[in-house]
Write a protein that binds this ligand. Sequence first.
Ligand code: SAH
Length: 204
Amino acid sequence: MVKLDLRGRDITDEDIIKVMGEIPREEFMPLSYHSQAYSDGPLPIGMGQTISQPYIVALMTQALKLRPDCEVLEIGTGSGYQTAVLSRLVKKVYTIERFNELSETAQAVLARLGFANIEFFIGDGSRGWPGKMRFDRIILTAAIPKMPESLLGELKAGGLYVAPVGEGGSQRLVLGEKKPVGCTESFICDVRFVKLVGQFAYEE
Ligand code: SAH
């Protein structure tokens, strides 16, 4: 996976390559898919959701230009694999998942593997983290029609976000930067993600 799908493509951040080489991806998926754990594709994790393709996890993580002192908000915990990758690269990860079942499974796996700098919340991530928090980075691992103000309001000035944005079956993966007024967005590539379902996202 590291040789072909990360180094073999445009993943050049050695910290990300190291971390993804160390985290056992099979631990984040049902037993029946373990033999495919290092193939470069999404796989079912239950509740109609998927664990993201390793290359896309690496690409989104690389786009965020993480620093060790970053506090990161992740919307869509899912399997917890992306959470694990982030957790090894930053100070703290705050992650929101709408399905109890997925969050609890992810929490159990991450605890068993010794990931400690993560806070979990079960609820609608399109509304942001409950309470008054400001993050250095925000990552959305499900598709949204448009980056909502509720999330932009929780991003520090100069902070970055990465999100699959757009209507329909495929989306544009964008890197956004919060400016003193508004934000700028640049296109990374076309992607296909499950939908973010919530108040400021898609309807059920
Ligand atoms: N990074 C995860 C991706 C999981 S798919 C992984 O690699 O495993 C996206 C996840 O977003 C799903 O688990 C889905 O249930 C969750 N999701 C969808 N809408 C949400 C919302 N409004 N708030 C929080 N999580 C949401």
